[in-house]
Design a protein around this ligand. Structure first.
Ligand code: BTN
Length: 249
């Protein structure tokens, strides 16, 4: 660890079943838990995704939430991108699998989603909820064609603990980068961008915007070319509690 890197993963609170690790982490954040505390569950009964969606969380996945206490409450959009980069790198380290990013922080392989991130603010704290399909045996319904599990992509066995270890290390690194040198987040995010040049539907603040994605601005906002030719910016940083701008294709 270098001096700029915070400690992430002390304490680690391991649960069997819970409704949502984000809810547990939010309670802990309210109660004053130290920065870097992590909640991990085997199984969530009410896992939450962005934009009010449910997040299927069966046994076999890595479902965890990290409490951060940023001194600077601005630029949370870039923090959200940084967490996506950290998750992608952790997957590479632990399983040797290359991933891409779909704005703002979906971790994807081809068109299938491997992992998702839900950032929520709790007062001045931030809870970063991360779900990684490590060894999910079956996806139901629509997810069968939209999601993918790491164990079907990796050349060898992958354990949740190995992915968690790599994740905590990469989160510490990228949270440190976010605190000290934010342009590096853009440098890491842009080459992994799988959406640039593609038609997307962005749900933001209750409305849908359709257009061609044209990459991200320096503040992490998605650049969108609307059908009438106008350019629109969608700010990943406009986080409200429990809600962030979420892409759809
Ligand atoms: C998304 O892509 O929509 C975000 C998914 C975030 C899921 C994780 S799993 C751990 C944490 N607890 C939750 O209820 N949600 C996040």
């Amino acid at each position: 660890m270098n001096a700029a890197e915070p400690t992430i993963g002390q304490p680690i609170i391991r649960l069997g079943q819970t409704e949502s690790t984000n809810d547990v982490a939010r309670e802990l954040a309210r109660a004053g838990v130290t920065e870097g505390a992590v909640v991990v569950a085997e199984h969530q009964t009410r896992g939450r995704g962005r934009d009010g969606r449910t997040w299927a969380s069966p046994v076999g996945g890595l479902w965890c939430s990290v409490v951060l206490r940023p001194e600077d409450g601005t630029a949370l959009g870039l923090l959200s991108l940084a967490v996506g980069v950290a998750v992608g790198e952790a997957v590479q380290v632990a399983a040797g699998v290359e991933t891409g990013l779909k704005w703002p922080n979906d971790v994807v392989v081809g068109d299938r989603k491997l992992a998702g991130v839900l950032l929520e603010t709790v007062g001045r704290a931030v809870v970063a909820g991360i779900g990684i399909n490590v060894a999910v045996e079956r996806f139901d319904g629509d997810l069968a064609r939209r999601a993918v599990s790491l164990h079907t992509l990796a050349a060898g066995p992958v354990t949740r603990d190995a992915v968690l270890d790599a994740l905590l290390e990469r989160l510490a690194r990228w949270y440190g980068v976010w605190r000290t040198d934010r342009s590096r987040i853009l440098d890491a995010w842009r080459p992994r961008d799988t959406t640039a040049g593609r038609r997307v539907v962005v749900r933001v603040a209750g409305r849908s915007l359709e257009g061609i994605a044209e990459g991200i601005d320096d503040d992490g906002a998605l650049r969108l070319r609307l059908p009438d030719g106008r350019a629109e910016r969608v700010l990943a940083g406009s986080l409200e509690s429990g809600v962030s701008a979420a892409p759809g294709v």
